[in-house]
Design a protein around this ligand. Structure first.
Ligand SMILES: Cc1cc2nc3c(=O)[nH]c(=O)nc-3n(C[C@H](O)[C@H](O)[C@H](O)COP(=O)(O)OP(=O)(O)OC[C@H]3O[C@@H](n4cnc5c(N)ncnc54)[C@H](O)[C@@H]3O)c2cc1C
Length: 423
């Protein structure tokens, strides 16, 4: 175990690695819970860039972020979804009002960074963390030594605790030995481009073997006059016969557009932004260590049903910041004391992730015929009413469970029976 070198006034209460939404929020939470020297290290020159997101947030996720319903980052208000079976049949789902916002992730992330800065968080941009390790002060107090590169120079920071919020690839937590065997990571691809929505308040969803293991989306960013949308998809590489290849999505995207004339004819020639990214479906089996917490995509805290990671990530960030502050202020950053972080985030949304992983395995096993039957049979007023009543983007298990055990769903028994057995 190495000893600390350097000045003690160089010690931060907490260093947060990654200035994405989760890192900003965790840092803000640490400050608001009593820490005074909190530093975010971000490798890019600005937060929210490059974008790796469809930018669709439930209204409650948006409020969870502490933003107002008239914030400038909102580009569109979404009140429904149109799900297209492989056969082309459409299931029109409606919420009780506005269900989600399509946001500019650049502006959204910037707002979270501003909120963190207002709470006292410091930022160091263009600083890439290479590794963290435990060192001890002369009296045995543990510290995290954070080694980073900034402007080509190696720089060292010391912190009483580190929160790794460095996204799905999280080299930092992997170096700490936090890994999951057989982890499922979806490959995503998206094009922000000219797009003519049929219904500007509805997202379009495309399912079937053309999008192995997941789905494709078209998110309108305004009414017909704005003429812009985000068209994208994510695929499960193992369901696509491309095990471990998180770059395989663009080929499926091109094929989907080529083979779906109803979508293709509404996409214009101008493309404004391409997004290539990965979505973790499996959470880390352990998200804490000595003076160390992992949060957000780095911890695999996404919702497997929808791939959304902002709602759950922000929840985890709040908990991580609070647990970090309590541990530092009590002088006990041991692994044992930080276990509370994992218990708390699991109590908050762990069941939703467990359910979502089972649902994901079921979805992966469905044939096109089964999806066609499912969409056809769900086009039933009683079931559509249930969807309007119980649909909740952040808690899909509530609706799915209600549907599974509803008398109206008896005709679906053959298909959903398999899901019931998997739950
Ligand atoms: C195609 C696609 C579409 C998506 N659509 C949605 C959606 O509609 N709704 C939704 O809720 N979620 C969506 N997601 C998921 C969502 O984007 C993530 O869950 C969310 O961004 C996670 O936030 P985060 O802060 O954990 O990680 P990130 O946003 O990835 O932020 C991590 C930050 O860490 C920085 N970093 C990484 N390594 C280092 C290092 N070594 N040193 C310093 N800094 C580092 C990165 O530069 C980055 O800024 C989508 C994902 C993809 C790929």
């Amino acid at each position: 175990m190495s000893r600390m070198t350097g000045e003690s006034d160089g010690i931060y209460d907490a260093v947060v690695i990654g200035g994405g939404p989760v890192g900003c929020r965790a840092a803000e939470s640490a400050c608001r819970n009593g820490l005074s020297r909190v530093l975010v290290l971000e490798e890019h020159p600005e937060t929210g860039s490059p974008v790796q997101c469809a930018g669709l947030l439930s209204v409650s996720a948006f409020r969870e972020a502490g933003l107002r319903d008239d914030d400038a980052c909102i580009l569109n208000r979404i009140s429904g979804a149109r799900v297209f079976a492989p056969s082309g049949e459409c299931l029109c789902l409606k919420g009780k009002g506005v269900m989600a916002y399509a946001v500019s992730r650049k502006l959204f992330d910037r707002k979270l960074a501003e909120n963190a800065a207002a709470a006292g968080v410091q930022f160091r941009m263009k600083t890439t963390v290479l590794k963290t390790e435990i060192v001890r002060m002369k009296d045995g107090t543990p510290l995290r030594k954070v080694t980073a590169v900034s402007a080509g120079k190696e720089t060292v920071f010391y912190a009483r605790i580190v929160i790794a919020a460095d996204g799905v690839r999280s080299t930092v937590s992997r170096r700490e030995g936090f890994a999951v065997p057989d982890r499922i990571v979806l490959a995503g691809f998206q094009n922000e481009c000219q797009f003519r929505p049929e219904f500007p308040d509805d997202v379009e969803i495309y399912i079937g073997s053309r999008v192995p293991g997941f789905f494709a989306w078209a998110v309108p960013l305004g009414d017909e006059t704005s003429g812009i949308g985000r068209i994208g998809l994510a695929v499960d590489p193992s369901a696509a016969g491309k095990d471990g290849d998180v770059t395989c999505a663009s080929a499926f995207f091109e094929k989907l557009i080529r083979e779906t004339p109803s979508l293709k004819e509404r996409i214009g020639p101008s493309a404004f932004e391409f997004v290539v990214g990965a979505i973790p479906v499996t959470p880390l089996s352990k998200t804490y260590g000595e003076a160390f917490l992992v949060a957000g995509d780095a911890a695999g805290q996404c919702k497997p049903v929808s791939g959304g990671g902002i709602y759950t990530g922000l929840k985890a960030a709040d908990i991580a910041g609070k647990c970090a502050a309590q541990a530092v202020l009590s002088g006990d950053v041991s692994e044992k004391s930080l276990k509370i972080y994992e218990s708390r985030w699991k109590a908050s949304f762990g069941k939703e992730i467990d359910f979502g992983m089972k649902f994901h395995r079921f979805r992966r096993s469905m044939t096109d015929e089964e999806m066609n039957t499912l969409i056809h049979e769900m086009n039933d007023p009683a079931l559509l009413n249930m969807i309007t009543e119980y649909g909740d983007i952040d808690h899909p298990s509530v609706l799915i469970t209600k549907l599974l055990f509803s008398k109206h769903a008896l005709k679906l028994t053959k298909i959903v029976g398999r899901l019931i057995r998997m739950l």
